[in-house]
Design a protein around this ligand. Structure first.
Ligand code: HEC
Length: 167
């Protein structure tokens, strides 16, 4: 009977051992393997990316901040040029601020024809380039945002049929 008990004990302890071994082989070893195979390299890659990004940021910080400041728009005004940030204003920045300040634009008022005349003059006399298909967009922008100011004044009458007052 005692012998029997011992055998059972032994059986259980070897079963326990087997169980432990099973855990080690089935879970631990594959776990460690998977970790080093997939998780660690992924973390490493993330870290390298982060470091690269950090380095890139450190190198370009000034440029990026300067560009941001340059592109800043507040209350509908593009701060660094003073231009109204309406549709296509970037075309105007690209084509109209290379030779002179945008102040020349913001201080002027004209209708579409007036703006076209100025552009043609600059093209004839000041080497302004052909604006191609952007010309019309630029003219629209200028005529809309820098139109002649007529606050409190009506536009002059045109094509009036005058008639003689009879007494
Ligand atoms: C290639 C150079 C150049 C470019 C690009 C240029 N301009 Fe000019 N612009 C000039 C010069 C030079 C003057 C004369 C400046 C002065 O009188 O001090 C001038 C004058 C002006 C004036 C003042 C005109 C006046 O009658 O007082 C306006 C407004 C103007 N430009 C608008 C524009 C607009 C809008 C654009 C974009 C479509 C543009 N400029 C692009 C060279 C250029």
């Amino acid at each position: 009977m005692e012998n029997e008990n011992k055998k059972i004990d032994q059986l259980f302890s070897s079963l326990g051992l087997l169980f432990m071994l099973a855990i080690v082989f089935v879970i631990l070893i594959p776990g460690v393997f998977l970790y080093f195979q997939y998780v660690a390299p992924a973390n490493e890659a993330k870290l390298t990316k982060l470091k690269d990004a950090e380095q890139a940021w450190a190198m370009n910080k000034d440029k990026v901040l300067a560009k941001e400041a340059e592109e800043k728009v507040e209350d509908g005004i593009h701060l660094s040029t003073g231009l109204i940030a309406d549709a296509d204003y970037k075309l105007v920045i690209q084509n109209c601020t290379a030779c002179h300040s945008a102040k020349l634009i913001t201080q002027n008022r004209a209708d579409k024809d007036g703006w076209l005349t100025m552009i043609r003059w600059m093209q004839a006399e000041q080497k302004l380039w052909d604006l191609g298909e952007n010309e019309d967009k630029i003219l629209e922008y200028l005529a809309k945002n820098y139109a002649p100011q007529e606050k409190g004044r009506r536009t002059p009458l045109k094509d009036v049929d005058w008639y003689v007052l009879e007494d």
